[in-house]
Design a protein around this ligand. Structure first.
Ligand code: AMP
Ligand code: ZN
Length: 131
């Protein structure tokens, strides 16, 4: 995890971006993203390889490698991500039928980008247990 900076810029991460982190590059604007929502602290954007009719990723602008690291450091930021997941589901019209919020954590669970992100999936029947 990057060092914590002393000051924050409006709309920017307050933790130094991590080199070679894809989602830090999206936060910096160096990699494009199909954004659906943004605040000072989070961005929601469409997954480039959607697994359901609605597949949106929600990330903090600050780099935390996974859910446990985020939860241990900034519970309010985790709550903002959870609230945004509900807003995305409403905006996408999947809230009534149901949707899933997933934090893949670690390689065996399928995490490929080690900048914490919530997947918001909906618009089709989602099987349980997951594969
Ligand atoms: P995970 O496998 O849980 O780490 O999720 C990473 C997600 O990021 C995958 O679902 C990818 O399809 C998605 N992804 C990778 N590159 C991009 C990108 N440039 N823009 C949007 N989503 C991406
Ligand atoms: Zn990052």
């Amino acid at each position: 995890m990057g060092a914590i900076c002393g000051e924050s810029s409006p709309g920017q991460a307050t933790i130094a971006p991590v080199a070679d982190c894809l989602f830090c590059k999206i936060v910096a604007g160096d990699v494009p993203a199909d954004k659906v929502a943004e605040s000072d602290r989070i961005i929601a954007f469409r997954d480039i390889n959607p697994q359901a009719p609605t597949h949106v990723l929600i990330i903090p602008k600050d780099h935390y490698p996974d859910l446990a690291a985020l939860a241990g450091s900034d519970g309010a930021l985790l709550t903002e991500i959870a609230v945004e997941a509900g807003r995305v589901a409403d905006a996408e019209g999947v809230a009534d039928n149901g949707y899933r919020v997933v934090f893949n954590t670690g390689p065996e669970a399928g995490q490929t980008v080690f900048h914490v992100h919530a997947h918001v999936l909906g618009g089709r029947r989602l099987e349980w247990p997951p594969g």
